[in-house]
Design a protein around this ligand. Structure first.
Ligand code: ZN
Length: 134
């Protein structure tokens, strides 16, 4: 396999490679920690030079999973490959919007769980009342 050049990684970050090349870089990234470091370095350098929110937005949003997908990711209700992609997007690309969405979803889920638990407890308390022998 041809060694990946800096320009390949740049293009990868821009989503500017044909799909099979994107897949090839992704595969290489999974096997090669050094490559991940190089990619992270490019990303960090670009980040430092980016001044407008619009630029960051355009750059990141292209590959962002939807909120539904993030929800499924959180619940572990996502096919392995898709979950890997979200993982990669969050941890390696470090997408701030998705990280923020995920935090928001986690908070929502925690609240929902609390409401459910209270409701369940009330239900069982009242049922227990009915079921208690006279
Ligand atoms: Zn994102």
């Amino acid at each position: 396999m041809r060694r990946l050049r800096q320009s390949d990684l740049e293009a990868y970050l821009d989503e500017a490679l044909p799909p099979e090349e994107m897949a090839r870089v992704e595969l290489a990234l999974r096997k090669d920690r050094e490559l991940v470091r190089r990619l992270a370095a490019i990303h960090a350098r670009r980040d430092a030079g980016v001044h407008t929110l619009g630029e960051i937005w355009r750059r990141h949003r292209l590959t962002c999973p939807t909120r539904d997908q993030l929800g499924n990711y959180l619940l572990g209700a996502m096919p392995r490959e898709a979950a890997d992609y979200v993982d990669f997007h969050l941890r390696v690309i470090g997408c701030r919007w998705c990280q923020a969405s995920l935090t928001d979803l986690e908070r929502q889920q925690a609240e929902t769980q609390e409401v459910t638990q209270v409701r369940r407890r009330k239900f069982f308390q009242s049922s227990a009342g009915y079921l208690r022998p006279e």
